[in-house]
Design a protein around this ligand. Structure first.
Ligand code: SF4
Length: 384
């Protein structure tokens, strides 16, 4: 990894720098997300060194969760430091620089890997925040990813709340080859997704096929069952929901959504009827699906530098789009068709908070793709 003074590349999508937290104007403040908010050691030490009433107020609110991490104890499902105006009282009294890393960074995420001997950190903003969703979901432009060279300093290194990629020995002869090959493939996939001369379902289908073919080259053996189809699309969709339902519950409204979707799928012709009608019911459905796929691909595809399995990242992206699509279908059924952009933003946020903010949840879904033939790329393609 980089030493002090080395050059590193910061890579980000065009919308990243446009993100602004709307704080007290936010309708679904992340501090009310119902999740335990983790505190990093450096900030915890600072709070414990403070003393006085503010130091006591903060340290009295700290607990240790089941993984041994220090977190803020929730009060009525929200962070105890959220004030009546919807602002963080720690930020107001001590300044943003004294907020914990998780609080300061949300909804930003980052991923670090090595490309041609240079450390690259990719940054993005996630769909668990309405301000970020507004930037991502209905953006009509193409995804523009920019690189900036920065000098690594000790401080920047310390502040990086990122994941570091291991060498993937199976692909090529060095990790540089791996990252370069995966980056070229990610660009190809995004190009396929942005070909608006064709329906989005055909584009997603082509992306799945592309990923199967690339995985065959990487593994140097055929992915025998991946493009085959089996079973009924509605049954396979229920199976997909079973997997997401089995994840750690991070969002209290997930259960309600899941049961609404199941009712819709089991109604007579519910799955195919609503699926076919969605293009006309949902505002900018094609654009929405394209942007969702691009978001999941940008965020997760490069994680293949760890395990050489880019196919499961593409299948994960397609599965997430399918789950969101079924949530939209269920909502359209419940509201007799009237689905607004605000409804979409709310619903995507429920999904993101349930699935994306636990590394274990994301990994658990990807593992199912490795071992479950029912969720072959062919079956996922068949569900669109
Ligand atoms: S959810 Fe987003 S906009 Fe709302 S308070 Fe959190 S970071 Fe700010």
């Amino acid at each position: 990894m980089c030493r002090n003074g080395d050059i590193m590349i910061v890579r980000k999508p065009h919308y990243y720098d446009e993100f602004r937290c709307t704080a007290s104007k936010c309708s679904d403040n992340c501090c009310r997300g119902g999740w335990l908010i983790e505190l990093d050691k450096k900030t915890e030490d600072y709070y414990r060194s403070l003393g006085g009433s503010i130091g006591r107020r903060i340290t009295d609110s700290l607990i240790t969760d089941e993984d041994g991490d220090t977190c803020f104890r929730l009060a009525d499902g929200q962070c105890p430091h959220l004030d009546a105006e919807g602002l963080c009282s720690i930020c107001v009294s001590l300044g943003e620089e004294h907020m914990g890393v998780v609080c300061r960074e949300f909804p930003r995420y980052s991923l670090t890997y090595v490309q041609n001997g240079t450390e690259v950190t990719e940054h993005g903003v996630g769909l668990a925040c309405e301000a970020a969703e507004a930037l991502i979901l209905f953006d009509e432009g193409k995804l523009c990813i920019t690189d900036t060279g920065t000098e690594e300093t000790e401080e920047a290194g310390e502040q990086n709340n990122c994941e570091e990629a291991d060498t993937c020995e199976k692909i090529g002869d060095s990790e540089e080859t791996d990252a370069g090959m995966l980056l070229a493939a990610r660009a190809d996939i995004i190009n396929i997704l942005e070909d608006r001369t064709r329906p989005v379902k055909s584009r997603i289908s082509d992306v799945l096929e592309y990923a199967v073919s690339l995985q065959e080259k990487i593994n140097e053996e055929p992915e025998e069952y991946e493009l085959e189809t089996s079973g009924d699309a509605a049954d396979n969709c229920i199976l997909l929901f079973d997997i997401y339902d089995g994840l750690e519950q991070l969002n209290s409204s997930w259960e309600e959504w899941s049961s609404l979707v199941r009712q819709t799928i089991f109604e007579e012709d519910g799955f195919m009827k609503l699926t076919d009608e969605l293009c006309s019911i949902i505002p900018d459905y094609e654009l929405l699906m394209e942007n969702l796929m691009k978001y999941f691909i940008f965020r997760y595809y490069m994680k293949a530098v760890w395990d050489c399995n880019q196919l499961d990242k593409v299948k994960f992206a397609a599965a997430c789009c399918l789950i969101i699509r079924q949530m939209l279908a269920a909502l359209a059924g419940k509201q007799n068709g009237g689905v607004t952009r605000e409804d979409i933003i709310k619903l995507v946020r429920v999904f993101s908070r349930q699935v994306e903010y636990s590394e274990d949840n994301v990994e658990a879904v990807c593992e199912e793709f490795l071992f479950g033939d029912e969720l072959s790329a062919g079956n996922l393609r068949n569900m669109f």
